[in-house]
Design a protein around this ligand. Sequence first.
Ligand SMILES: Cc1ncc(C[n+]2csc(CCOP(=O)(O)OP(=O)(O)O)c2C)c(N)n1
Ligand code: SF4
Ligand SMILES: [Mg+2]
Length: 276
Amino acid sequence: MKNGADKSLSPKDYLSKAHPIWCPGCGHFFILRALATALASLQIPNEDIGLISGIGCSSRIPAYLDVYGFHGLHGRALPLAQGFKAIRPDMTVIVASGDGDGYSIGGNHFIHACRRNMNITYLVMDNEVYGMTKGQPSPTTDPTWKSKLAPHGTNIRTFNPLQVALASGASFVARGFAGDQKSLAQLITSAIQHEGFSLLEIKSPCVTFRPEEKEWHKKMRKLNIQSTEDFMKAAGNIYKSDGFDTGIFYQVDTPVYQPSLSNEKMVTDFEKEFEV
Ligand SMILES: Cc1ncc(C[n+]2csc(CCOP(=O)(O)OP(=O)(O)O)c2C)c(N)n1
Ligand code: SF4
Ligand SMILES: [Mg+2]
């Protein structure tokens, strides 16, 4: 335990000793730093945080933070995290995914996690490509992007995670940018503070397989509207956005699902019941 009563925690206190093996310049480095800054701003003790991920370059992040980490299966971070939160409601549960992990193979879990609205923070590190497996198009890849694997582009419309999150019941829907450290740390802080399921979609350039994303900093802008709890207004703002607006689109205070475990049966009870 690092945090003595008299010592405040700095972002560094949340970083582990493992050196990230991301490519130099990868947007994921900046998300790691912003997350450590957000945790320090909230002064959450390291041992009270669970960081759960799936598989991908993005999903390596639990190794780089000195908190309880779980590197799960591809696309399965959310069910793991919800199970964790169910049994440990006292802990701050954060989930990290990539656009492939979270929106493709994990897409079904995404819908139902939004609908369930447990008190979990979902950070999707979206580089519009499968980075770890060397550059396949993902659900957020522009249909016209040409690559070795899709020489004519995919010609498939992109998945809009903010629309899906809003329609499915998420109570906090936001977009951030890895290249704007200060705003991103603030957005992560707000997402963690929010009571309910928070989707924070973070645009994070993959400098190796999508080098053109280095130009994103010229396009990203802060949302020029206030966060709203009006569903229809939020839907309009999300639909109107070209994908480069950052900020909180929607935040509402709505019932949070947290199963009561006091009357739950233990595995041993079931074993007895099914004994032959
Ligand atoms: C069940 C399963 N299917 C496929 C894979 C291969 N795989 C590993 S990571 C990955 C995509 C990762 O892309 P993304 O989630 O966008 O993360 P990034 O690497 O871009 O940060 C895939 C398809 C796997 N590990 N497990
Ligand atoms: S392949 Fe892309 S996402 Fe993966 S570490 Fe390198 S730059 Fe980052
Ligand atoms: Mg990706």
